[in-house]
Design a protein around this ligand. Structure first.
Ligand code: GLY
Ligand code: MN
Ligand code: MN
Length: 436
């Protein structure tokens, strides 16, 4: 955390600047952000794991502090209403401490409802209040106004030096866990034990992860967001691990695929490894991410042809939609305080939509990259029964070498995913700095 402290003041200054722009665009005077409340399960007294409002987390590293409020009026120091309930059933948050404290005027509150005394009724109509369930306390305010959200979401793409340091650290934290997962797999562990090895190596509990780990052995690698953990070890063929780590509320989002075999699948995996590195090298300021996604389809098409899976060359396979059956997701997305960070389909800070193209509806990121934008680059190839059935029934079926598909299916699929920062004339790979 030592490397974060000197960078934090500038980060808050950027937050203030962006907030000022957002308020001005809506003709409002004060920004109020609620950290969020804990949620009870239906008819139960048990809560779901708390997930902080990402708009709150983008200001300060309080990820497990429900009930806090942040108030900002341009030209003034931001105020944090720090929620410290009187509670003997649970351990209340400790007194404020850490590199972030200096940046705020701090006031302790015992109940989130105390916002009503800190925000006089007469100013509420000139406030933007951002968060979930806030109308309950502040019905007169402008709640989650789109004009404000659009500006904030747009600027989230371009990271401050502080945010980049957090994201480098989140990659550093996940790297040994990926290696531990690989080693567990090579030692014959089950999905469950591989998952536990991952958690231990990055010192996270399940609830602290930025997203649910995907630990997929063999055919399970063909399920894009495979969510189970088999307790029984399976015969070892392949392992796909899509898992990250959290530092100060910032995520890494990393995928590696491993195999113990030599042969067709290993060849495809080696081809994907070099293809993915090549795509990472294309990331730089000014690049339209949609163009990179198209290039990925052409290259994946060519890899499939070279591996004897399809008969069309890469460009034709992409043009005719054949690659969609093997690679049905986008090349990547924005990354930050949310694993699928917001604003990927905006054309400008005003919120003009930049929807994905008709032929690639799953593409989450359609923007042109600016310097210090962090994206994932995650091409994949999968053998998904549902899509292969559709392909077999389509006019493209004759372009596929089905015996090769059948031979590769037991390995499930491949995804390789790095977190990459666009620079003015190149890129920084935040993942490969720690994980080959
Ligand atoms: N971990 C989900 C994704 O890669 O987008
Ligand atoms: Mn991922
Ligand atoms: Mn991802």
């Amino acid at each position: 955390m030592n490397e974060l402290a000197p960078l934090y003041a500038d980060h808050v200054a950027r937050c203030c600047e962006t907030a000022g722009e957002a308020l001005a665009s809506a003709g409002l005077e004060q920004l109020v952000i609620y950290a969020g409340s804990e949620h009870l399960a239906f008819l139960d007294d048990q809560t779901y794991p708390f997930r902080a409002n990402p708009l709150f987390k983008a200001w300060l590293p309080l990820t497990q502090h429900p009930g806090c409020w942040l108030l900002y009026t341009p030209g003034q120091r931001p105020v944090l209403l720090y929620h410290q309930p009187r509670d003997f059933w649970h351990l209340p948050p400790a007194d404020p401490d850490g590199y972030w404290v200096e940046a705020f005027d701090l006031k302790v509150i015992r109940d989130p409802a105390e916002i009503t005394t800190h925000l006089p009724e007469e100013v509420r109509s000139r406030c933007a209040v951002l968060g979930e369930g806030v109308a309950h306390w502040l019905p007169e305010a402008n709640i989650n106004p789109e004009r404000v959200l659009n500006v904030l979401h747009w600027h989230r793409a371009r990271k401050t030096s502080y945010e980049l340091a957090c994201m480098r650290a989140a990659n550093r934290r996940a790297a040994p866990a990926h290696e531990a997962a690989r080693d567990a797999f090579l030692a014959g562990a089950s999905e469950y034990d591989i998952h536990m090895a991952y958690l231990q190596a990055c010192d996270h509990t399940d609830d602290e992860l930025p997203y649910h780990n995907i630990i997929a052995v063999n055919e399970h690698a063909a399920v894009l967001h495979y969510q189970h953990r088999d307790r029984e070890p399976a015969p070892r063929r392949s392992l796909l691990v899509d898992a990250g780590a959290d530092v100060a509320g910032y995520a890494s989002d990393i995928t590696r695929t491993w195999t113990v075999d030599e042969g067709d699948f290993a060849g495809l995996l080696a081809g994907m490894e070099s293809l993915q590195r090549g795509l990472c090298a294309e990331v730089r300021a000014g690049v339209a991410f949609g163009d990179l996604h198209r290039l990925a389809h052409q290259q994946i098409g060519q890899l499939l042809k070279d591996a004897g899976v399809i008969r069309l060359d890469g460009v034709s396979a992409a043009e005719r939609g054949l690659t969609n059956y093997f690679y049905p997701h986008g090349l990547g997305h924005l990354l930050g305080v949310q694993v699928h960070d917001v604003g990927g389909q905006q054309a400008d800070p005003q919120g003009t939509a930049a929807p994905p193209p008709d032929d690639y509806p799953k593409l989450r990121l359609t923007r042109r990259l600016e310097a210090d934008t962090v994206v994932t680059v995650e091409p994949g190839i999968y053998f998904i029964d549902l899509l292969l059935d559709e392909l077999q029934a389509s006019e493209l079926a004759t372009e596929v070498h089905w015996p090769t598909v059948e031979r590769l299916k037991p390995w499930g699929g491949i995804r390789i995913e790095d977190n990459v920062r666009a620079e003015p004339d190149g890129h920084e790979n935040l993942t490969r700095a720690w994980l080959p």
